[in-house]
Write a new protein. Sequence first.
Length: 452
Amino acid sequence: MKAHRFIMTRISRSLLLRLAVAAGMALPVSTAAGQGGPGSGIDRVMQPDYLQRDLPILSEGLGLDETQKLIIKEFFDVYQEDVSAAVEWFKDALIPQVTGPNPPTQDQVTRIVFGLVEEMAAKKKKLTNALVNDIKTQVLSEEQVAMWPSVERQLTRVKSLGSGRLSGENVDLVLEVGNLDLVPALREPIQPTLEQYAIALDTAIKQRDEAIDASRGLAPSALQDSDHAAYLKAIDELIKRRVALRHVNEQYLEALASMLPADEAAALRTGVLEKAYPNVMRTLSAERMILAAQEIPDLPADVLLAVVDLEHAFRAELAMVNQTLIQTIRTAEPEQEMMKAEQHIARMAARSAGEAPKRDHRPHEAIRNAFDQREAMNNKYIQMLQELLSPEQFGSLPGNKMPGATPEGNVVQPPGGGGKGGEKPSFNSGGTREGGRGTGTGRERPPIREQP
C-alpha cells in the first residue's frame, strides 16, 4: 500500500518525474525532455496539447466571434476531460503491474512503464486529431480554416520551444521582431521573410520533437538489452536536429537584420543574444563599478577621463571575449549533450549491476575555461579601476564592503590569479538551464501574432 500511495501521488503531482515501485526499486526515468535521456517527452505525453489558455491566441489569430469562442471552450473542456481519463487509464493499467506480493524486477518495471507511455501517446494523439478536426469542420469558416496553419505554428512555438537544450534553440524571432515595435515602413518589407522563418522554424521544431519521441521509444531496449548503440544513435540524431533548429534561428536572424536599419538591426541582434546566451550577455561587476565610478561626486576631471577611457577599453575587449565565448558554447554544447547521454547509460548500467551510480554535472571543459578567462578579464578591469581611485572612492562603489572588494564582496585577485570577481555563471550550458527550459532575460514579452 505504501508503494501504491507513492506511485499515485507522484503520477498525479508531477507525471512520472521519478517513479518508485514495490520493494524499494527505483525506476530509472528522467523526464528532462531536452536531455534526450530515457523518459524524454513523458511529461508532454501526459499533458493535453490544447489548454484553455490557448484560446486567446486562437481568438486573435482566427478572429473568432463570441459564439465560436464559447463552442471551442466547450470542445477544450471535453478534450481535457478525455485526456485526464486517458491518464487515469495509464495509472489504472500501471499500478496492478508494479505492485502486489510478487513485485516485478526493475527491468520489467521499465518495460511496463515505457510500453504504457507509448500507448498513452497514441491515445492522446487520436484525441488531439479529433479535436482539431471538430474545430475545423464544425466551428470555423473557410477563411478561418485557411488561417489555421499560421495560428498553429504560433502555438507550436509557444508550447515547444521551451524543450530546447542548446543555446539559441529556444529563440522565437517573430517575438523578437515584435519587441522592436517597428513602424509599418520597416515591418512590411521584412514580413515575407518573417513568414518564411515561421514555416522553417515550425518544421525544425516538429523534426526535433519527433527525435525526442524516437529516443524515448528506444529507452527500454537501451537499458535492459544493452542496445546502447541504437539508443546513442537516436540521441545523436536528436542533437543534430537541435543544431538544425538553432541554425534556422541564426540564419534568419542575419537575413532579417540585413533588411533593417543599423540601429534596429543592432537591437534585434542584442535581444536575440540576450535570450539565447543570458549567461554571456549579463552585465559584469566590472561594468557596474566603472559606471558607478563616473558618478562619484567631485571626481577630478583627469580621473573621470581615465575612467571613461577604461570603460571604452572594457567594452571593446568584452565584445571580443563574448564573441569567443559564444562560439565556444555553440561548439561544445552538442558534445556536452552526447556526453550526458553516455553518462546516463553508464549510471543505468551501474544501477542494474547493483552499484552506486556516479554523477558528473560538470560543464564542458571548454565552456568552463572560457568563462574562467572572462572572469580573469573582469577582475583585471576591476583592479585597473581600483588603481585610478582613492581607497575611499573605490570603497564607495555600490556593493563594496571594503577597498579591493568586488560588488559581491570578493577580494580582487591579480589578472589570471583565479579570483572570483563576481563571475559566477550557472551551468547547464551558456543559455539554458537544467530541465530543458530556456532562461530568459527577465523581460516580459507579450505574444506576437504571426501575420497571415
